[in-house]
Write a new protein. Structure first.
Length: 523
């Protein structure tokens, strides 16, 4: 056994070495047995904290100015409310603030649309009807008394079902937990409730945050229900795209916000690592997980991020010295955008490439300087993620909960990554730091990188790289294919500069006009 284990670890041992190691290995085995006897659950954090900062590359704290756009002038209550969940958040907020629509009406609208659409999209795990209407009545009373909490006051939203929220089960997308209740609100839920937003639904996630397949089937793309919505923030991508909620919250470990956002034709923001507390959120990878908004517009993402970001004393990865702001008057002119040319050329269909070129042309027209850049490549992302998943889901596997999962390779991977030596996991993270240094050096003079497509293999995308480094990224719609499905492009920004990143995204969405359309079929 020692020889076989040594071979797996790449260590050469002679006969004499093996004999002398028997006592040491037995001591290690005893300690491992003790660990297995008291394996912590997924909720137990790791004291080994990841920081995206790199020595020698100082970070200038972003502006804390929060100045959103003004609502459109002369807004009135529409005769039929159905379309208002497609509106920009500032416009919808204006209706609420002026009491032209109530929070109860919006909650009932969202609940009804979620219920009607679910047969086609399969994007809802649990409707939180009682919780939503109770809260909506409360925020309406506050508004009647002159208390207005801000732009999210009374707006209905949904959350990915790996995020704990009272009022229903938190299933993590797996049948083993379909009735499991976690009686707490995650920090992101608490923050949005404090902002007056009304939670109407737990939205689907692929099993254990893998893909778009969950115990209830596959979540579908509103633009083509014969196609999955991608994942793992599957429902959080589909629901805003179909106008079922004003916005949604997803999580991203290796593309799980960006990929469904592109597939469903919405804007998905993966913030800088540590921007938003993960307290109360299932851990897929402690050093990779991020929580962020999926909305219909770039500015909407800025508004939601402003409400949810910042330290909570629970997730110690969240910095205390990095404010979150947004200035709707900020311009893209003078920004430097880096492009890796091969990422726009390889492994993409012709419509996606053509629309990406249009996006770059729009940026040039806005005064953006486009530069070709060479950046380091790495396949470490999923290696590190799967090791961390194997640790986080050990009790799940020990309890036999992985035996009836819809995707057969998940239980295999949750078990096989236990075979990676701890030394190799640590060495991989040291290699990761070298990658962080190389990426920081390559992009030193760049404000935003074109990150390319979001193929989960990472062959034509910087997204796995920037997930490793902790940089923020945004997916933005660029148009449509000939078959009517959306195309999109992703961008990666400077650490903690989500506002600058969203300025670039806003130029693209406004120039290419993809955000104004609604999926066919109605609700």
């Amino acid at each position: 056994m020692i020889r076989e284990t040594a071979a797996l670890a790449g260590v050469s041992l002679g006969d004499i070495d093996v004999k002398t190691l028997i006592n040491t290995v037995n001591r290690i085995a005893t300690r491992i047995d003790q660990l297995h006897a008291s394996t912590p659950g997924n909720e137990a954090p790791s004291p080994l904290q990841f920081s995206p900062r790199v020595a020698g590359f100082p970070i200038t704290p972003p502006s804390s100015v929060f100045r959103p756009s003004a609502p459109r002038a002369g807004l009135t209550r529409p005769a039929v409310l159905d379309d208002v969940l497609f509106w920009p958040l500032v416009d919808l907020a204006d209706l609420v603030r002026r009491r032209l629509v109530t929070a109860v009406e919006l909650a009932e609208l969202s609940l009804a649309r979620l219920e009607r659409a679910n047969a086609r999209l399969n994007c809802v795990v649990t409707l939180l009807r009682d919780r939503a209407l109770t809260q909506a009545r409360e925020v309406d009373r506050e508004l009647a008394a002159g208390k207005y909490r801000g732009l999210l006051h009374g707006l209905p939203w949904g959350v990915k079902d790996i995020v704990a929220a009272r009022g229903g089960p938190t299933t993590w997308g797996t049948g083993a937990f379909r009735d499991r209740v976690i009686d707490m609100d995650a920090t992101v839920v608490t923050r949005l409730i404090a902002a007056g937003a009304v939670l109407t639904a737990k939205l689907t996630t692929g099993e254990l945050a893998f893909g778009d397949q969950w115990f209830g089937g596959r979540t579908n793309n509103p633009w083509n229900p014969e196609q999955g919505s991608s994942g793992s923030s599957a429902g959080s991508g589909a629901a805003p795209a179909a106008g079922l909620v004003a916005f949604a919250i997803g999580t991203d470990t290796g593309g799980s916000i960006l990929s469904p956002a592109v597939r469903c034709g919405v804007v998905g923001l993966r913030p800088t690592f540590g921007r938003v507390s993960r307290h109360g959120v299932m851990a897929a990878g402690w050093t990779l997980d991020k929580v962020g908004p999926i909305c219909r517009r770039a500015e909407d993402c800025a508004i939601v991020l402003h409400a949810i970001a910042g330290p909570d004393g629970q997730d110690l990865a969240v910095p205390t010295d990095m404010p979150v702001g947004w200035d709707a008057r900020a311009l893209a002119k003078g920004k430097r955008v880096g492009v890796v040319p091969k990422l726009l050329e390889a492994d993409q269909d012709a419509d996606t490439r053509a629309n990406a070129i249009k996006a770059l042309d729009a940026l040039r027209a806005a005064g953006v300087e486009i530069r070709d850049v060479t950046v380091p490549q790495s396949d470490l992302t999923y290696f590190i993620e799967y090791i961390e998943r194997a640790a986080g889901f050990e009790t799940f596997v020990q309890g036999g909960h992985d035996t009836n999962m819809r995707i057969s390779n998940i239980p295999r991977d949750l078990r096989v990554y236990h075979l990676v030596p701890a030394v190799d996991y640590l060495q991989a993270n040291r290699e990761r730091y070298k990658l962080m240094e190389a990426y920081a050096q390559a992009t030193r003079d760049i404000d935003v990188m074109v990150a390319g497509s979001v193929t989960l293999t990472g062959a034509t995308s910087l997204n796995p790289i920037t997930s490793l480094t902790g940089h923020p990224a945004v997916a933005v719609p660029t148009g449509f294919r000939a078959n009517g499905t959306p195309t999109g492009l992703t961008f990666a920004g400077r650490l903690y500069d989500e506002a600058g990143l969203l300025v670039i995204a806003r130029v693209v969405e406004q120039a290419l006009g993809a955000v104004g359309r609604k999926p066919p079929g109605g609700v």
